[in-house]
Design a protein around this ligand. Structure first.
Ligand code: ADP
Ligand code: MG
Length: 461
């Protein structure tokens, strides 16, 4: 189904980066692959090349034997629409549409089936992901986990044969995360969809057929997962979701058509012409709304690509500050060349692990001129002061604090966005050496080439 042959990707720019090196892989139809590895190891880049979003610098990506990067843009977009479903790292639902509209969208856009069939499919998939009571809710009314379930249903609505998920649970709490990842694996098994998932969760990775660990753009280890038993959820029959019967589809009412039938029933005789007019208006409005929805969805997709590809955000350094404080430096890098990107009020928060929970610690921006909208061309550094003064922190690594930083941003190509705004939530994890820690004691437990570092970056988890 999927074959990568010596795929490589270099990013040019001030400092050229080799994100993926000479990567080869084969994945059979219906199998699953988990990719693990720390931040910056090339996982997203790899997924982007598989998914037809980011062009490899070398090598081939074959899907069912077709080298997708040899196709022209239109044919590649078609292939992507028909065969590939994406679940992104960040919430990417349209806030002004109900859950069911969000799920039906990719079908409405591809236009291969009727709107009523698309809605029937969307409803069946929402039921499948455990949201039978949430069809008509708007994204803002749903929890993070529920939003992720909607995104999974949406990724499945065009019956893709390959499902790509890039850290789909990065911003969720542990329990919800496991639920969502298990759901992904169950669905992959039940529907026989080939799955590639980037995750840091080792238990979930072990449920995949293959696990690859990446470092510096290369595979450092490859092993078979346990392919453990299918959980209860998936054993329940799936009723072939992809073939919603036409009867069911016919019963499905598209919102705008409601009401017209009842009206006709009551005033059959003389009201017919009025009905015809009403129907025409109804049809025109529905058609207008559909075109609007499609245009919106296309803009949203372009934005998602921009947020995923156009902006790099990561930790640059953490240094000791005054007293018990630390100075945390983040960078934002616009990789789109000359076109500026606007990042609205990034909200950066810090947490220290205590027991099994995260305790929020004081964090404040050190930037002057407190502008709400940052114009990013090239690289922008943002500095924060963090005071993680927590006495009884958990020591996963002897003496070190386990710290999580979250960064919530709204990104737009315009300084005064209207609906061209996309949300992104990043998490960074580090081990942090406490102020006044005894370097000798640390060195007696762990080896470092020199002095124990102030911070050690970790893969996301
Ligand atoms: P991961 O998903 O494992 O965190 P990525 O694929 O996002 O890793 O990144 C791999 C490397 O490529 C990193 O060093 C990153 O900084 C770099 N990189 C990723 N995307 C771009 C880009 N659009 N422009 C320049 N460098 C990039
Ligand atoms: Mg990534």
């Amino acid at each position: 189904m999927l074959a990568l042959q010596s795929v490589g990707k270099n990013y040019m720019g001030e400092q050229p980066v080799t994100a993926v090196k000479d990567f080869s892989l084969e994945l059979e139809e219906g199998k699953s692959l988990a990719i693990i590895g720390r931040s910056g190891s090339g996982k997203s880049t790899l997924l982007g090349m598989i998914g037809g979003i980011s062009r490899p610098t070398s090598g081939h990506v074959l899907i069912d034997g077709v080298d997708q990067w040899q196709l022209d843009d239109t044919r590649r977009a078609d292939l992507r629409n028909q065969k590939i479903g994406f679940v992104f790292q960040f919430a990417s639902l349209l806030p002004s549409l109900r859950a069911v509209d969000n799920v039906a969208l990719p079908c409405l856009i591809s236009g291969k089936i009727s709107a009523s069939e698309a809605y029937a499919r969307a409803r069946a998939l929402l039921d499948r992901v455990g949201l039978s009571h949430r069809h008509d809710s708007f994204p803002g009314q749903l929890s993070g986990g529920e939003q992720r379930r909607v995104a999974i249903a949406r990724a499945l609505v065009n019956s893709p044969r390959l499902l790509l998920a890039d850290e789909p649970t990065a911003d969720l709490d542990e329990t919800t995360e496991s639920e969502i990842l298990n759901l992904l694996i169950d669905i992959h098994r039940a529907l026989n969809v080939t799955l590639v998932v980037v995750t840091h969760n080792p238990e979930i990775a072990a449920r995949a057929d293959q696990i690859i660990e990446m470092r510096g753009g290369e595979t450092v280890s490859k092993k078979a997962g346990s392919s453990a038993q299918i959980t209860g959820d998936a054993i329940e029959s799936v009723n072939n979701l992809y073939e919603v019967s036409s009867e069911k589809a016919a019963n499905e009412k598209v919102r705008l058509g409601e009401g017209v039938e009842a009206f006709v029933g009551r005033f059959v005789m003389w009201i017919v012409p009025i009905c015809v007019i009403a129907w025409c208006i109804n049809w025109a409005v529905a058609d207008y709304e559909r075109t609007e929805i499609q245009a919106k969805a296309q803009r949203k997709m372009a934005l998602e690509e921009l947020a995923m590809q156009g902006l790099r955000a990561d930790l640059k350094s953490v240094e000791f500050g005054e007293g018990k404080s630390y100075v945390v430096t983040l960078y934002l890098r616009n990789t789109k060349g000359d076109e500026p990107l606007y990042v609205m009020s990034p909200l950066v928060r810090g947490f220290v692990q205590v027991g099994t929970s995260w305790l929020e610690v004081p964090m404040k921006s050190l930037e002057t001129g407190n502008s709400q909208v940052l114009k990013v061309t090239g690289t922008k550094l943002l500095r924060y002061e963090m005071v993680p003064d927590v006495p009884d922190f958990t020591q996963l690594l002897p003496y070190y604090m386990h710290v999580r930083l979250t960064n919530d941003m709204l990104i737009s190509p315009r300084s005064q966005p209207k609906d061209d705004l996309v949300e992104r939530n990043d998490s960074y994890y580090v081990y942090l050496k406490p102020h006044g820690a005894d370097d000798k004691a640390i060195l007696s437990k762990m080896k470092f080439p020199g002095k124990p570092p102030v911070w050690i970056p970790m893969p996301p988890h």
